[in-house]
Design a protein around this ligand. Structure first.
Ligand code: ATP
Ligand code: FE
Ligand code: MG
Length: 345
């Protein structure tokens, strides 16, 4: 079975070809370079960029895979969550291809794709596992059985996503956009125990009621207050220590709650995905703590953590392999697609 995967939920145009669970090609174009001067993504610019890069990216992916369009058995495309204009360009292109080739179309959930891409690298998933998806828009813990049919969101962030919090604190520390990778780099030069920042929803009633939820906006405020306090007194801000302490607070909570879910459900595998899973401290801490508890952690290489076509093709392959009914050509996009939903109907 040969699957074409198309990803356009945000600023990356990603196109990939997966054949029988093997990745043949994965090509990505991005409009991210345009946003540094705005300090954030401009949706209209991203939509137009997808329109410009769609066909060249498709041609490059097919050529790299050594596959003709006529050999494609099914088309998978991100139907949500994401930016409405960006999603619309990808879904429209996928509909046109499905119609022209007379092949089934699957509108898939981008967040489930962030987990599913790991199969292409680390092999088939176990019978069940806990998924931690951490990205620019999401920080959620999921219980996953068969990834084509059985996904349940156990909890998620009540306010900011992990990547979003990093980007906001990056701005606060005067780092370029997106701040995530910059804070990651800076935090390696700092002392992670120098400043203790709050860990949201980990104590008292919240710990019980919000077992699998996160809250990072209080942390963000605490960092802002700390930095402003020093500036008001005319003292120098120890940026590396702030970055390290802030990063530690987020990664401490993420890894603790995800591994607790593994233990509660009796699952021996944690799969981590999404742009924020590129974070070096998250990888380190997850590996360290999982080893202590006898849990296996699977995190794909960094190029498959950020948005790409391979994640879409991988989930598309699972859907076809499991005999799931296609979405059909009538689908629209869903900017806030529910994480319990794998395929768009
Ligand atoms: P979603 O997947 O929820 O729709 P998205 O697709 O916009 O959101 P991704 O592209 O998966 O998000 O991830 C981008 C986010 O990852 C940004 O917030 C970025 O700062 C963050 N990020 C990337 N690399 C790192 C890193 N090394 N450390 C921390 N954050 C990082
Ligand atoms: Fe993403
Ligand atoms: Mg992105």
């Amino acid at each position: 079975i040969t699957i074409l995967g198309i990803e356009t939920s945000c600023d990356e145009t990603g196109i990939a070809v997966v054949r029988d669970g093997e990745l043949l090609a994965d090509v990505t174009a991005t409009s991210m370079d345009e946003y540094a001067r705005y300090g954030g993504i401009i949706p209209e610019i991203a939509s137009r960029a997808h329109l410009q890069t769609m066909v060249p990216t498709l041609d490059a992916a097919l050529e790299k895979a050594g596959v003709e369009l006529s050999e494609i058995d099914a088309i998978a495309v991100t139907a949500g969550p994401g930016l409405i204009g960006s999603l619309t360009v990808g879904v429209s292109a996928a509909k046109a291809l499905a119609l022209a080739l007379d092949k089934p179309l699957y509108g898939i959930n981008h967040i489930i794709g962030h987990l599913c891409v790991d199969e292409l690298v680390d092999g088939p998933f176990p019978e069940h596992f806990i998924g931690l998806v951490v990205s620019g828009g999401h920080s959620s813990i999921l219980r996953v059985g068969n990834i084509a049919t059985d996904v349940e969101e156990l909890g998620g962030t009540l306010d900011d996503a992990a990547g979003e919090a990093f980007d906001k604190v990056g701005r606060l520390l005067g780092l370029p956009y997106p701040g995530g990778p910059h804070i990651d780099r800076l935090s390696k030069e700092g002392d992670r125990d120098a400043i203790r920042f709050p860990r949201g929803l980990t104590a008292g009633k919240d710990k019980v009621r919000h077992q699998y939820d996160f809250s990072f906006s209080g942390l963000k405020t605490a960092v802002a207050r700390y930095v402003e306090g020093l500036e008001d007194r005319g003292e120098e801000v120890p940026t590396a220590d702030v970055a390290a302490g802030f990063s530690e607070a987020i990664n401490d909570v993420l890894t603790m709650k995800a591994l607790n879910a593994c233990e509660t459900f009796g699952y021996d595998t944690l799969v981590v995905g999404g742009g924020f899973s590129a974070n070096s401290r998250l990888r380190e801490l997850a590996a360290e703590r999982a080893a202590e508890r006898g849990i296996t952690v699977r995190i794909p290489p960094i190029r498959y953590c950020t948005d790409n076509g391979a994640m879409v093709a991988s989930l598309g392959y699972e859907l076809v392999r499991n005999g799931i009914e296609p979405s059909g050509l009538g689908i629209t996009v869903d900017t806030g697609m529910d994480l319990n939903k794998i395929v768009m109907r």
